[in-house]
Design a binder for this molecule. Structure first.
Ligand code: PEP
Ligand code: CO
Length: 471
């Protein structure tokens, strides 16, 4: 956090770090390869093991996707969020796909995150740390290894990093070459993110231009008047001679679930400045609810890299499990190192979260607490869609703020599945999307996402909770 704040309350930074030397040891000899001795859940079974070895050794020779200095900056920002000096907004697809890694889709998604961030920053007067589930979120854990349709059983779709969604034996066979495609899609996506966030597009003076909705929609109307206020404030400051270079650029960090251990370990490099390993596939990596076993391979790998790490905690998490994760992932109590992303379900959060918060508070080592109000609230509509209800999602967010308020801990951020497109995947919200409406634009391959206006609506609501809790 050494430089000034940027337009959306972040700070101008990542590109000032040179590509420090990040060195890749050969396969099997790296200090972080210890994960191979632990049980690895949710890994694809590759029919061609030799091909897997070839691809991972190629990956080891590829340049890093993110730099160690950027990762360190984000860790410090997450530390600020753990103290209540910043708030984290994480958003993006449940599963990114190669086909939708286009400039248009990415622009709308980035724009949505920037708009939400402006709403939160302005509403709560807090710096907002922006993290995308972007440029790496191509692999999914599944509840079942196999899927059966009309009597035919094939491997489940595990994300474009593993196999293809189409229901044919050829498409569903896991292919190691997809790990290299993952790398290339992540690289081109990061390139676009850097261009959008550093190239003038994210300039706070353009807040008006980001509004693309009809003002008959309440969220868009509210955004329009907020943009007008910001516009006038900026004009006033400019007229008064203030220097606005810091409004021109924002930092948008990249995150994904560190699911595929062969990929994550192949992307891990030793940073020449510090001699420490960084997973250079993304800035922030998290372990999912299904793979967070303290003795499992995922925790083993992430315990050994310097990145800030998240762990999803569902409603069955015990205090002992949580404390063991703190001890394993952040023994020295470094600020910003460990984030717990709680996904309890709106009906459970009131009972399930406070004991965890109280135990972490008593432990004393810092935790950055984020709410994922999506994954505990998935339902099937009567017409067969996997969906979520906007009002239930917001209930969990409310429960998150209330729990922190009761226990005296800090609500540090929010982690949501969203898209910049006008999809119809989540019911409810001010446009009152109903079950029948899901048919119109249901495009997700995995979980339902907030659409653009639902995302804005959420941001306005969260800004209110935030200004109350930090006010
Ligand atoms: C996800 O974030 O898409 C996900 C699968 O979450 P969880 O591990 O919390 O179920
Ligand atoms: Co999901």
């Amino acid at each position: 956090m050494s430089s000034g704040r940027d337009a959306n309350g972040g700070h101008a930074g990542p590109l000032r770090h040179g590509p420090e030397q990040l060195v890749s040891p050969t396969a099997g000899t790296a200090p972080w390869d210890t994960w191979r001795r632990h049980e690895a859940l949710q890994q694809p079974t590759y029919p061609d093991v030799d091909a897997l070895g070839r691809v991972t050794s190629q990956l080891r020779g590829q340049p890093p996707l993110v730099f160690a200095g950027e990762v360190d900056d984000l860790r410090q920002w997450l530390g600020a969020a753990s103290r209540g000096d910043a708030f984290v907004l994480t958003g993006g697809d449940c599963a990114e796909t190669f086909a939708e890694s286009t400039a248009d889709h990415l622009r709308l998604k980035i724009q949505t995150l920037l708009q939400m961030s402006v709403v939160l920053t302005y509403g709560a007067s807090l710096p907002v740390v922006k993290i995308g589930r972007i440029a790496g979120q191509y692999a999914k854990p599944r509840s079942s290894d196999m899927e059966t349709r009309d009597g035919v059983t094939l491997p489940s779709y595990r994300g474009d990093a593993v196999n293809s969604f189409e229901f044919t034996p050829q498409a569903r066979a896991p292919k190691p070459e997809r790990l290299m495609e993952t790398y290339h899609h992540a690289a081109s996506t990061l390139n676009l993110i850097r261009a959008f966030t550093k190239g003038g597009y994210a300039d706070l003076r353009l807040v008006h231009h980001w509004n693309r909705g009809f003002t008959s929609n309440p969220a868009y109307a509210r955004y329009e008047s907020l943009a007008e206020e910001i516009h006038r404030a900026v004009k006033f400051m400019e007229a008064a001679g203030a220097d606005f270079d810091s409004l021109r650029e924002v930092d948008l960090y990249s995150s994904h679930e560190a699911l595929l251990l062969e990929y994550e370990s192949a992307m891990t490099r030793i940073d020449s400045r510090t001699g420490l390993p960084y997973d250079t596939s993304g800035h922030f990596l998290w372990v999912g609810e299904r793979t967070r076993d303290i003795d499992g391979a995922h925790i083993e790998l992430l315990a050994r890299v310097r990145n800030p790490i998240g762990v999803k905690l569902g409603p069955t998490t015990s205090v002992e499990q949580m404390l063991a994760l703190m001890e394993r992932l952040n023994p020295d109590g470094e600020e910003g190192r460990l984030t717990f992303i709680t996904r309890m379900g709106a009906d459970k959060i009131g009972d399930a979260l406070p004991p965890l918060l109280a135990a972490a508070k008593a432990d004393g080592r810092p935790v950055t607490w984020m709410t994922d109000p999506m994954h505990g609230n998935t339902i099937t509509s009567s017409n067969g869609y996997k969906t979520r209800r906007f009002e239930t999602i917001m209930d969990e967010v409310k429960g998150f703020f209330e729990a922190h308020d009761d226990v005296g801990t800090v609500p540090g951020g929010i982690h949501v599945e969203l898209t910049g497109d006008d999809v119809t995947e989540v019911i409810g919200g001010s446009e009152k999307l109903d079950e029948d409406g899901l048919r119109h634009r249901y495009e997700t391959l995995v979980d339902p996402r907030l659409n653009h206006q639902q995302s804005l609506e959420m941001a306005f609501q969260v800004a209110q909770y935030l200004s109350r809790s930090h006010g």
